[in-house]
Write a protein that binds this ligand. Sequence first.
Ligand SMILES: NC(=O)c1ccc[n+]([C@@H]2O[C@H](COP(=O)([O-])OP(=O)(O)OC[C@H]3O[C@@H](n4cnc5c(N)ncnc54)[C@H](OP(=O)(O)O)[C@@H]3O)[C@@H](O)[C@H]2O)c1
Length: 324
Amino acid sequence: MRVILVTGANKGLGLAVARAVLVAAPDTVVLLGCRDLVRGEVAVHQLETELGCQDRLLALQLDVTSQESVAAAADWTRKRFTSLAGLVNNAGATYLESARAVMEVNYFGAARVCEAFIPLLEDAGRIVNISSFGAQSHVENCSKAAQRLLSDPATPLEEVEARLLWPFLEIADNPDLDRQAKATGIARLDLVPPIPYPPIEVDGQPADWKEYIYGAYSLAKVCLNCLTLNLAKKYPRIGINACEPGVFKSDLSLSTLDKIGLKLEDFQDKLGPAATPSVVVARLLLEAGIGSGNLFGSDGLRSPLYRTRNPGEPEYDGTLPSIF
Ligand SMILES: NC(=O)c1ccc[n+]([C@@H]2O[C@H](COP(=O)([O-])OP(=O)(O)OC[C@H]3O[C@@H](n4cnc5c(N)ncnc54)[C@H](OP(=O)(O)O)[C@@H]3O)[C@@H](O)[C@H]2O)c1
């Protein structure tokens, strides 16, 4: 049996990925990583009733922001199954109490889970990191040099953290700065665009980095994309890719769009059901010849890290942006 772990799998895309994997591969056991085990058990019951897949589905307590929880989950998985065939870093959140908290779920959490579970991954095992088009939009609005740096597999993760992540957090979560000072300070960083994506209006004016907590989400996904490239280089025995799932209806998307005054319909080019990217993620986990170190769109084709690519547009050919 192939064992596959999906984080944040009690609902939304994570649950859809679990369903897609169970349907596509009868020889798999899926571990539903859930920070709340009760919500996880409800999801297990729901999928078992729907698919009749008893004994192939287990809820596993896993809060990606807790080192203790991640270590315990890895330990339990090793003792129960010895190894893992696939891991999906899907857990995500947009608006939390601080920029650091947003980073903790979307970036540090995924990095923590990778570190704990990579030793369990079999040769030719797979990791899929769930990204967001917000990351590509962020990079697209930066300078050409920043676009190149943030999409080049040769860029060390430490450089991205030192030039982007730490300076951003220092400003965004600084209790001594008011919103305007934060907005101005963040806009001056060399790896951020002057206005975060998506363009938000506050008091009828285009918002700048005052909405920095949503900015933290896009920025966390930028770092997650860079983590994907770095890990793919570091672990050639594993296939490590990212997937940008488009826009679909979920608790996360509805609450986020409500907060920034947008609607799902405003993203017509990217909008689809969660089932579409879930099938792509299942392919990235199960199919041979997928490769490593790439970002895939919700249509299953490769996308660049430095600009958005909607379903139906040509596949990315791997060319990095020219800085000359
Ligand atoms: N929906 C979209 O349009 C869209 C677009 C681009 C990217 N994405 C990405 O898709 C992924 C799934 O999002 P979704 O839209 O399916 O949202 P969702 O339905 O709200 O699901 C989010 C999942 O993440 C879990 N989670 C949150 N914090 C966690 C933590 N600390 N530890 C473990 N799990 C945690 C949630 O658990 P609880 O139920 O306990 O809160 C839930 O299971 C995210 O990475 C998101 O960034 C979504």
